[in-house]
Design a protein around this ligand. Sequence first.
Ligand SMILES: Cc1cc2nc3c(=O)[nH]c(=O)nc-3n(C[C@H](O)[C@H](O)[C@H](O)COP(=O)(O)O)c2cc1C
Length: 182
Amino acid sequence: MGDRSFLFVLGSARAGGNTEALARAAADQLPPSVPRTWLSLSDGALPPFDDLRHAGVEWPAPSGPEQQLLDATLAATDVVLATPTYWYTVSASTKLYLDHWSGWMRLPGVDFKARMAGKTLWTVSVLSDEPQHADALVDTLRRCADYMGMRWGGALLGNGSRPGDIHQDTTAMSAAKTFFAA
Ligand SMILES: Cc1cc2nc3c(=O)[nH]c(=O)nc-3n(C[C@H](O)[C@H](O)[C@H](O)COP(=O)(O)O)c2cc1C
């Protein structure tokens, strides 16, 4: 863990939800020396994604929160998508963050894809249904990791609906203790 640094990308559409609580329980087990950054995708942190791939223009340089997300993504060795399961997959804000990866890959001089290769992608997700209902979410993110040449760290799944419910899921809370040891 010596040279690792973790970026937690919070993709819930509410503050203080179960997904963040489970992600924090997992993060608490990281050695204190491991740097960690928490960024939220809420409140319009990212602009809508414009697909300019074939528009014959240079990809526009990011600014504000988008620049902060890009810099933090490049700086981390480990990217943790803390996304609730919404409609069997990642939340819209998490999906938007991933869509922006397609843009960042095209920013001149950034070399985003090559610099993401070799990092580890993880997810933490809470859903109100049984864990297998997050299969599509997990499959999606595993494929994203593959595409980017990233290592797939795995998925920590928990059960909950109302904020705080996750603390009743003793299986997930105990899995959190060793999740990042993988
Ligand atoms: C838009 C939306 C879609 C949801 N879709 C699902 C779903 O497909 N499967 C499921 O089990 N729970 C679903 N839920 C329940 C949430 O996953 C659950 O409430 C979770 O705790 C939300 O995460 P949070 O507490 O971190 O905000 C959905 C909730 C919302 C608001």
